[in-house]
Design a protein around this ligand. Structure first.
Ligand code: UD2
Length: 348
């Protein structure tokens, strides 16, 4: 009898310890989804808290807000407004900006935007900033970060209240491919060293572009990609993905969803940090083996987005190209790349 009892006690103890372990694991799993510990080169280890749930998931509308009735049977029929993994594709006519702005005003969000203006690309910065101040998250707190090697040539632009401009020095380079590709590393470091708790979303944008229309809260999401205007009507066999299996940006024939722009992407700070870090590491590991992907960081970004599906996809309204005639399904061009003479502005 005493023997049976001691066996029962051992079994009960074992179950108790097991339940305790399960509880602890569950606790850590939940904590980890809200906190991420990043090692920064300078500061060692630090904990950055980003509340996913309150910023991106819970959408609370102010009581009493009047807006037009949404329909479940009428809407855009000329374009696809949802991906096969059920992420919205944002086109003009698919959202109510009054409603969205009211929801995000309550959240008191801060959006950061990065832009690189290295070498002669500084010439594009004035128009970029002036039009961004007018159209990019107008009425919201926006922190612009300009990376340049020409600190003295940064134009003076009067920003609206609540919007800041920070200029960071970066080395010059005699290879445009390197300037374009190093952006991922600098975005990763900016997030690690500067953002801490105060920025919710970040967008990374090409400087040789201008805003023409609203780019606002409708674009917010966990991981946000923009459909490239040059390929969105094409079969994926024609997408300029990296096609050499030796590269970490490789996308095999028959794979890939859309072709996304390297010139605009964003999302929650934590998501963009993961993207930038991964693309940077893959780019550098490729370089050690003497490989440079076909479209540098754009190729790595496309590989990343193929595996890590964006939770919101922005239509080509969000990055058009001025040399292209507007297609009928593009009702509004919000942001577009200016016409430029590569031979005159690139260092090589
Ligand atoms: C495409 C992408 C670009 C990038 C590139 C591949 C779009 C609209 N553009 O543009 O994002 O993925 O292919 O590498 O998706 N820059 C400088 N100084 C330079 C060169 C570049 O500051 O001398 C910066 C600048 O912010 C510029 C960006 O890098 O906007 C991209 O370079 P680009 O505009 O010359 O590349 P492009 O037009 O081929």
């Amino acid at each position: 009898m005493a023997k049976v009892n001691s066996k029962a006690v051992i079994v009960i103890l074992f179950i108790t310890v097991l339940l305790g372990l399960l509880y602890v694991c569950q606790y850590y799993r939940i904590s980890l989804s809200f906190e991420e510990t990043w090692k920064t080169e300078k500061e060692g280890s630090q904990t950055i808290r980003i509340s996913h749930s309150s910023t991106d998931v819970h959408l609370e509308s102010p009581p009493g807000l009047k807006y037009s009735q949404p329909s479940i049977v009428h809407g855009r029929t000329d374009v696809v407004t949802v991906t096969p993994w059920l992420a919205p594709v944002v086109w003009e006519g698919t959202f109510n900006e009054l409603l969205l702005d009211s929801i995000y005003k309550k959240k008191n969000i801060t959006v950061a935007a990065t832009v690189f203006a290295v070498g002669k690309y500084i010439m594009f910065l004035k128009d970029f900033l002036e039009t961004a101040d007018k159209h990019f998250f107008a009425g919201f707190r926006v922190d612009f970060y300009v990376f340049t090697d020409r600190l003295n040539e940064v134009p003076k632009v009067n920003m609206a209240a609540g919007r800041t401009l920070t200029v960071r020095s970066v080395p010059s380079s005699n290879r445009w491919q390197e300037i374009s590709a190093r952006r991922m590393e600098l975005i990763q470091k900016l997030i690690e060293e500067t953002f801490q708790n105060h920025v919710d979303y970040i967008f990374c944008l090409d400087v040789d572009s201008k805003f023409h229309g609203r780019w606002g809260t409708e674009s917010l999401g966990g991981l946000v990609a923009v459909i490239h205007p040059g390929y969105y009507r094409d079969n994926r066999s024609r997408f300029p993905y990296e096609r050499r299996p030796a590269s970490r940006a490789y996308v095999a024939p028959g794979e890939g969803d859309f072709y996304y722009c390297g010139g605009a992407f964003g999302g929650l700070v934590q998501e963009v940090h993961q993207l930038a870090k991964t693309c940077r590491n893959n780019f550098e590991d490729d370089a050690k083996e003497g490989i440079e992907a076909a479209w540098q960081e754009e190729s790595h970004l496309n590989r990343y987005m193929w595996i890590n599906k964006p939770s919101k996809v922005l239509s080509p309204e969000y990055l058009w190209q001025d040399f292209k005639q507007r297609n009928p399904e593009v009702l509004l061009i919000r942001f577009s790349g200016v016409i430029k003479n590569y031979a005159n502005i690139r260092p090589n």
